[in-house]
Design a binder for this molecule. Structure first.
Ligand SMILES: *Cc1c(COP(=O)(O)O)cnc(C)c1O
Length: 358
């Protein structure tokens, strides 16, 4: 695959945040971006690294009307001895292809996607922060660009990758979240697009998240779309429950996003000898287990926070605190293990780290 590189001129360069400890998620972007076009009959073409810039879109671009848009979220980490690591990057690109298929969009060769990302990172490696816990957030995105009014799969697409430095998620230590069970709104239904990382899912989640915030809670706990009874996800994270003898998480039945952190948690927990079960979890069962003290800890998993401990759950106007509302033992252990692997400090037993040669 041929990738042309157009170096950003000094005037085209982005302002780099001076203080790595004050990085705000999603607010600053690196000097370069990757762009590539697709046309049916021609396939992917014109792969290029260019200065970070606005896109030029026809107002009839189909993504703006019919929502054919998908993305991924991943990070590049700088180790203490200055190596650059990606974490299970092929998993992101395989998932991008599954999202593409679900939305009738073109797929891309996984190895080509990895080559593209490595090329972009070589142009912007100085943007990967040095502070432990900080990283370069990477957002691969594909949108339907064909100008056309009328519902059908588009014939033209743009694939782009933007990146930007982000600070340590827990700069001030682990912070348990309070979650609000939405029994009115749902995120996704089985048979829908919940398992695809597609833009509309996030638009669909905003209203419930605003309601939760207004009531003073950090995130929404989503229940299944049919019975509003079985737990699905927390905010934009997968969810885990630990009792005395089990680590539980809902099964991937179509409405849940198959998280790579979720897969890492399951793999590590099994490796440590825990009894991991993927089965439906009734919200009533969860509440009863918190009340009896059998629930030891609850946590969310995702690329941004890695592990996010849940301190309390609000359901039908009652707040249930998990144990003492603090950080569970397994939450801490998983967080330390996964970040340790990402930053090259812990043994990478499963071969999850992909080193980028700059
Ligand atoms: C991205 C995402 C996750 C977490 O996936 P990771 O691969 O672990 O980052 C979970 N739920 C939703 C809805 C997501 O968008």
């Amino acid at each position: 695959m041929r990738i042309t590189i157009q170096q950003a001129s000094p005037a085209q360069c982005q302002t780099k945040p001076a203080d790595e400890s004050k990085l705000v998620f999603g607010c600053s972007f690196s000097d370069h971006m990757f762009l590539m076009d697709f046309r049916s009959g021609q396939g992917w073409h014109d792969a290029r690294v260019v200065p970070y810039q606005n896109l030029c879109l026809n107002p009839a671009a189909m993504v703006l009307h019919y929502g054919q848009g998908i993305f991924e979220g991943m990070k590049a980490y700088r180790t203490k001895d200055n190596h650059i690591h990606l974490y299970r990057p092929r998993k992101n690109f395989e998932r991008m292809n599954r999202s593409a298929q679900r939305l009738c969009m073109p797929t891309m060769d996984v190895e080509d996607q990895l080559t593209i990302l490595e090329t972009l990172l070589r142009s912007d490696h100085e943007w990967i922060p040095k502070t432990r816990g900080s990283s370069l957030y990477i957002r691969p995105t594909m949108i339907a660009s064909e100008p056309h009014i009328g519902v059908r799969p588009a014939k033209e697409y743009i694939y782009f990758i933007i990146t930007g430095p982000v600070g340590a998620y827990y700069a001030e230590g682990f912070n348990p979240i309070s979650i609000y069970v939405s029994d009115e709104f749902v995120r996704a239904v089985r048979g829908g697009v919940g398992e695809a990382k597609t833009m509309g899912n996030y638009a669909a989640s905003l209203y419930a998240a605003e309601v939760a915030k207004h009531k003073g809670f950090t995130q929404v706990l989503w229940l299944d779309g049919v019975e509003r009874r079985f737990i699905e996800e927390v905010g934009t994270m997968n969810i885990f429950f630990r009792t005395n003898d089990e680590l539980l998480t809902p099964p991937l039945t179509g409405s849940i996003l198959p998280g790579i952190t979720r897969d890492s948690v399951i793999t590590l927990a099994k490796h440590w000898g825990l009894n991991v079960q993927e089965r439906p979890i009734d919200i009533q069962e969860c509440i009863a287990s918190i009340q009896s003290g059998a629930m030891l800890e609850i946590f969310g998993s995702g690329t941004a926070a890695v592990i996010s401990p849940v301190g309390s759950i609000s359901y039908k106007d009652t707040i249930y605190t998990v144990q003492d509302g603090g950080v569970g033992e397994l939450s801490r252990k998983l967080h330390d293990e996964i970040t340790g692997i990402q930053y090259g400090e812990k043994e990478d037993v499963f071969g999850w780290v992909h080193e980028v040669r700059i």
